[in-house]
Design a protein around this ligand. Structure first.
Ligand code: DGL
Length: 277
């Protein structure tokens, strides 16, 4: 019998907390472990190989700490590392029954149900846009949906520097919103395909034409994880139920605590972690 362990969440920094918060609201009974690679973020501007390598190291650390299930609560990592980890690394690992899940597929599954015009806008990091993951995944499920992508390289730094509510943020929010809407006047649905962006929601809405639906990923991922666990009792049985949440950061704990409190309401029980082997 394997020891019971928390569900692990990984993000390059703080953005994954927007997902963890919604997951915890839906399933408060489980234990959760969050790892932010704050010392090495942002990932969104890094190359495919670097994001894959960093993500792999973090996933291995979370496995080493006992979690059988790791959620990549980061679109950039999901876009650039998930497939390799699932198809190449996991099967060769010492416990191939562990699982790594991403955030792109469950988000894309919702698009056809929401968009009426079948023109969907995607705000994401440069890395996620370059990977083409959203158009490719969408084409598999909803071949008639047209995806319009807009990279927003300044949004993560604005959020990470706690400027998401400040006047300075408006310039770059309007800039990327206008650039996306110029791609097609038919866009009726927009997905915030970066886990940092829900913090900018109020300002994004301010610059978007009325009537456009904005999809944040938190609730989508929460429901899809709930469904996954319901369909995988063998995994559910491996998850501990102590209603706790612990945080790990590759940065200093005090820096993590200061910023994480913006993203996550609740006690921050944080520990520094080194990824050196
Ligand atoms: N939160 C990450 C995402 O969802 C990106 C942040 C970063 O660039 O590190 O894509």
């Amino acid at each position: 019998m394997k020891e019971l362990s928390p569900i692990a969440f990984f993000d390059s920094g703080y953005g994954g907390l927007t997902i963890l918060e919604r997951v915890r609201a839906l399933m408060p009974e489980y234990d959760y472990l969050y790892l932010g690679d704050n010392a090495r973020n942002p990932y969104g501007t890094r190359s495919f190989d670097v994001v894959y390598q960093y993500t792999k190291e973090c996933v291995e650390k979370l496995f080493e700490l006992g979690s059988p299930l790791v959620i990549l609560a980061c679109n950039t990592a999901s876009a650039k590392a998930l497939r390799n980890i699932q198809q190449n690394d996991l099967p060769l690992s010492d416990d191939p029954s562990r699982r790594v899940l991403g955030v792109i597929r469950p988000s894309v599954e919702q698009l056809g149900r929401i968009s009426k015009t079948k023109h969907v806008g995607v705000f994401a990091t440069q890395g996620t846009v370059n990977s083409n993951s959203y158009p490719l995944e969408t084409a598999k499920i909803w071949p008639y949906i047209i995806i319009h992508q807009q990279a927003c390289p300044m949004w993560v730094p604005i959020v990470e520097n706690n400027e998401f509510d400040g006047d300075g943020a408006d310039f770059y929010i309007q800039k990327y919103v206008d650039a996306l809407m110029k791609q097609s006047p038919l866009i009726d649905t927009i997905i915030l395909a970066c886990t940092h962006y829900p913090l900018l929601l109020k300002k994004i809405r301010k610059y978007l034409p009325n009537g456009i639906q904005i999809i944040s990923q938190g609730d989508i991922i929460a429901h899809s994880l709930q469904e996954y666990l319901a369909h995988h009792p063998e995994m559910q049985r491996r998850i501990s139920r102590g209603a706790s949440v612990r945080f790990l950061t590759t940065e200093s704990c005090s820096k993590f605590e200061d910023t994480a409190s913006i993203f996550f309401s609740g006690d921050l029980n944080v520990q520094h972690i080194s990824l050196d082997r």
